[in-house]
Write a protein that binds this ligand. Sequence first.
Ligand SMILES: [Zn+2]
Ligand SMILES: [Zn+2]
Length: 265
Amino acid sequence: MNKERIYICRECGVELTNQNKVYNRRLCKRCSTKISTNWRINHKEIFRTYLKRSDEKIRRLVISHYSNGKISCDICGENDINCLSINHINGEGRKERELVSKGKGGIPFYRWLIKNHYPKGYNVLCMNCQFRVFKKRMRINVIEKNKGKHFIYIAGPYTPKNCSLHDAAMKAQYNIDRAIEIANKLIEKGHYVFVPHLSHYIHIHYSHTKEYKEDLWYELDNTFLYNWATALFYIGSSYGADKELEIAKRMGLKIYYKIEDVPEC
Ligand SMILES: [Zn+2]
Ligand SMILES: [Zn+2]
């Protein structure tokens, strides 16, 4: 006759069943919880270190996932993990945390993200950029509510590509003229504009004798995107314009592709 063996808890002697036993240990769930609680009480320091280590691991895991393994700010590239956190792209972060982690950010929220298989709609930002994006959102809300003026950054090709030196000057001028024409139409609609193409005149001016620092113009233009613009007008694709479009999207700026879509104010 095949008699099933009976196991009992080594602490309290209760018979172990599928419902009350702890996997792989000869303990009932109650005794197991009691033992772990006692251990935590008697080893507070060690427990705190474990907890800290596992929190750090969770943070690193989530931040690395949402920055495509780079661990860096999606806008400015800051890569000190202590300055980075998860940002809700649509700005509904607070409401969502109320629902998923009792209003708590940080580790409880990161655990929820892992448990839910990293849902879409988040990115990684440093504290400065979080603050910038937050301020920008507030400003855009006020502008839209009051049908007010937008601060529009014009993004479009500038550097001539695939042409002779002779044609290059004409092509650059064409790109600048087009940006100016669009700027004028937006001014007529009542908005403020910034045309990065106008730096061309600083670049080619006779008083300029030294080479400008590499990336100077991108850096200068980005300060307008970060600190001034509430909207971006995208004329067409180029290395710079596409990067600017990406930054504007991450910053939550209004993006316009056609003059007729820009409201009058
Ligand atoms: Zn027991
Ligand atoms: Zn940043």
